[in-house]
Structures are given as C-alpha cells and as structure tokens.
Design a protein around this ligand. Sequence first.
Ligand code: GDP
Length: 196
Amino acid sequence: MIKKATFLISNTDHTKCPSPDKPEFAFIGRSNVGKSSLINMLANNKNLAKTSGRPGKTQLINHFLVDEKWYMVDLPGYGFAKVSKSIKADWEGMIQSYLSNRENLVALFVLIDSRLEPQKIDLEFITWCGENGIPIVLVFTKADKQSWPKTQSSIAKFIKASKAIFEEAPLYFVTSAENAKGKEELTGFIETQVEE
Ligand code: GDP
C-alpha cells in the first residue's frame, strides 16, 4: 500500500532524471490504455498523473517519489494515430534512451487493454523491449469492462503472442481502476522488489 507519492520532475532527457539512487518502476502503454488511472489508483491520489493527454502535447518522462523508497515513472504513451513523424521519432529517441540507460530500472510495466485482440503496436513495442533486455511486466487494464471469460480469452491470446517474443511468458497483472482489482497484487510485487 502506497502511503505517499510526490511529483519530483519532468524531463525529455534521461540524463536529467533524478540520480539513480533508488529502485525505479516505470509505466508505459498505448495512449488511452488507462495508465494515468492506474497510477492514480496505485498512489491513492486521483490527481497525481494527468489523465488522457492530447496528441502532440509535450511528451515527458515524469518522476514521482514513493514513500521515500522508490521512483515511479509515468512515461508518455505511444500510438496516437495523428501525430507527426517527427513527434514519433522524438518519442522513440527519448524512450529508447531512457529505457536502455536507466540503471536503476527494476521493471517496466507495459499496459495492455484487456478487451482487445493483440495489437500490432503493443507487440512491436514489447519486441523492442525483448531485443534490448528491458525487464517488462504486463498489466492488463480495464478488466471491469467486459465479462471475465472474454477478458481471460484476450489475455491468453496476448500471452501466447508474447511467448513468441520472450522465452518465457512475462509476469502479468490484471487490473481495474474502476474497482481496484489487482491493486494489492501490483503494489505487493513492487514492494517485494524494493525490499530485496
Ligand atoms: P491514459 O491515456 O493511458 O493515461 O488513460 P486514462 O487513465 O486517461 O484513461 C483513459 C480512459 O479510460 C478514461 O476515460 C478512463 O476513465 C478510462 N479508464 C481507465 N482505466 C479504466 C478502468 O480500469 N476501467 C474502466 N471502466 N475505465 C477505465
């Protein structure tokens, strides 16, 4: 259970991020996947992460300090249909260098909409993570939105697709910001990693 999360700094450059003196956990996903809602639910603060950005808005790496023990990072979402090639290239450059160079990164939570068939853009992103040794954990969001058997079936398809990328199926959580499903499991996982 997170007691206190405070905003520290926003950056476009990983070299200007807080010094890597604490374990770090970052969140990323297609825009509108529910990332801000998930972060706010985990942090017990409805206003911590700003919900739903607009295409083309400034893309930033946002650092939060949690319980004085670990960094939570809200990364800009991918997959806006309408952004220009130069914004896409900026996003890729910033995110890829952050992920490849951030030495204290313990896990990158990649959020996937639990209602959807595996999406090309998500599979492409996790393929890049696999090729670059980024420690990902999958988070299937919005699990309240459809019947559980349907949710299970779309999750199973995504896990199957991700097995083709990683040797073993990645660890995953199933969450809902609507009814707090998965909240304790996910924070519990982070806390175990922080304690180690
Ligand atoms: P972001 O762009 O990834 O940060 O997504 P947001 O957190 O802003 O959420 C996008 C939309 O999905 C908003 O309308 C949210 O209210 C909705 N949403 C997010 N998480 C959930 C969830 O777990 N359940 C339901 N039913 N809606 C959600």
